[in-house]
Design a protein around this ligand. Structure first.
Ligand SMILES: [Fe+2]
Length: 237
């Protein structure tokens, strides 16, 4: 049975309700901080799992998380919601853990069956993230990160503004990063060509407002970020 501590504060043996209240508040704050630290550790752990599965996917996701926050701020997403944005961008591909390496890292063209299996990864991401208390929103953002504006994406074929804004953000920055990153079988596209393709597919695949918001960020970041090593084919799937 739990031991009940009876605080008397500065009033000797007489209970002090004010002291008890502030002590309780401190304890609640302490527990909330512990809970958040534990959740953050789990999130970092999952990102490391992605690194172990395919190092480029983990690195790619960390880069995306930084960009997603910057785009979200420019699109006036509330500061209080940025945590969900960051987690969604960081772990949107965590479901790739459920895709066999032989398919995920295959260098040749994929069969229809293999493609179908890879296309399950947003659902796998959702099924993992929804288990975290407080990450229900992030799990939905991850679920829809491969939807297209014209309804041709997956898994739900959502259209336009039915696709959550954060998913539309992840979709744009994910595509850009995949295009400019080096693959095992080809060199990444240059920044200008990647931007041209993003604009070309705006209104069909991508949200034009998100693309235009991301452009100056991409311009600013391109030189620094892509001086580092590129990523593998799997990062773009
Ligand atoms: Fe993905």
């Amino acid at each position: 049975m739990a031991t009940q501590v009876f605080h008397t504060g500065a009033m000797g043996g007489v209970p002090n309700p004010l002291f008890e209240q502030s002590s309780l508040k401190l304890r609640v704050k302490e527990l909330e901080e512990q809970h958040l630290a534990f959740r953050n550790s789990l999130i970092c752990g999952f990102n490391q799992l992605l690194d172990l599965k395919d190092i480029s996917t983990g690195v790619h996701s960390t880069r995306l998380a930084e960009w997603a926050i910057r785009v979200a701020r420019k699109l006036n997403i509330a500061e209080g919601d940025l945590y969900q944005v960051e987690v969604a961008a960081l772990l949107h591909d965590v479901g790739k853990i459920g895709v066999p390496d032989a398919i995920l890292k295959k260098q040749g063209p994929l069969t229809a069956e293999e493609r179908a299996l890879i296309n399950r990864h947003p659902e796998y991401s959702w099924s993992i993230l929804r288990l975290f208390p407080g990450l229900e929103q992030a799990s939905l953002y991850a679920l829809h990160h491969h939807e297209n504006l014209d309804g041709t994406g997956y898994p739900a074929g959502l259209k336009g503004y039915d696709i959550p804004l954060v998913s539309r953000i992840v979709s744009v920055i994910d595509a850009y990063d995949a295009m400019v990153s080096n693959r095992c079988y080809r060199k990444g596209l240059d920044h200008a060509e990647a931007i041209r393709r993003l604009l070309e597919s705006s209104d069909s695949q991508f949200d034009r407002a998100v693309v235009e918001t991301f452009l100056p960020i991409a311009e600013q970041e391109a030189a620094d970020v892509f001086a580092a090593a590129g990523t593998s084919a799997a990062a773009a799937l």
